[in-house]
Design a protein around this ligand. Sequence first.
Ligand SMILES: [Fe+2]
Length: 206
Amino acid sequence: MAEFQTLFPIQLYVKDKIDDYDAVQKEMLEYVNKIEWMWSDGWDSHWLSSLTFKDNPVSHLPKFSQQLAYSLEEYTKKMDFYYNTGVTLQASWFSCFHEHNYAHIHSHRGADISGVYYFSTSGDDGDLFFTSPIANAKASKAWANERVNFAPKQGTLLLFPGWLEHGVSTNTKDHARVSLSFNIQVDELRELASSDGYIRVTNKKK
Ligand SMILES: [Fe+2]
C-alpha cells in the first residue's frame, strides 16, 4: 500500500455564511450607501472605496469586525504561526464590479493573511480565482494551468495567504457586485504595541 501526502498545503478559509448576518449586512449597507466610488486609471478594472487604502472601513463596522475577529482566531489557530499569535488589521477597502469590470491577477504581498467578504452578489457576477503559487510548475504542461475558481456568495467570508495570487473574472451581468477586502498582519503578541484601535485576536494556548 502506498499513500499520498500533501506538502505545503494552502489554507483557504471559507465561512459559508457569516454569523449575525442580518445585522452585519444592515451595518454595511449604511456604510456602502455613503461610499464615493473611485476609479484607478492605472488599474482600469473596477471601482474602489479608496485609492490610498487608508480609509479602513472595517474599523467603522463593529459587527463585521467582531465576526472577522472570530474567523481570524480560527485561522491563526489552524495555522499555529507562533506559540502566541496576534493579528492586526492593516487595511480594508470595498470593491465594486459593474458590468465588464474585473480584477487583474495580483497578490497582497505585504499581508500575512488577506480576505474578502461578499456583501452583494448574485453568485454569477464574477468568480474569484486563484492561480498556482508554485512557480516551477509552470515549466510543466501538465501542471501549468492550475487555477481554482470560487463563485462569490453573499454573506461568505474567505481568508487566504496574502501572497496567494488571485483575480476576479469579468462581471457579465448588468448589476454591481460589491465586496469588502482586507489585509491582516500576523505578529507574535509580545511584539504588538499596547493599543491603537486595531483588531486583536490571539491563539494563546490555555
Ligand atoms: Fe485581492
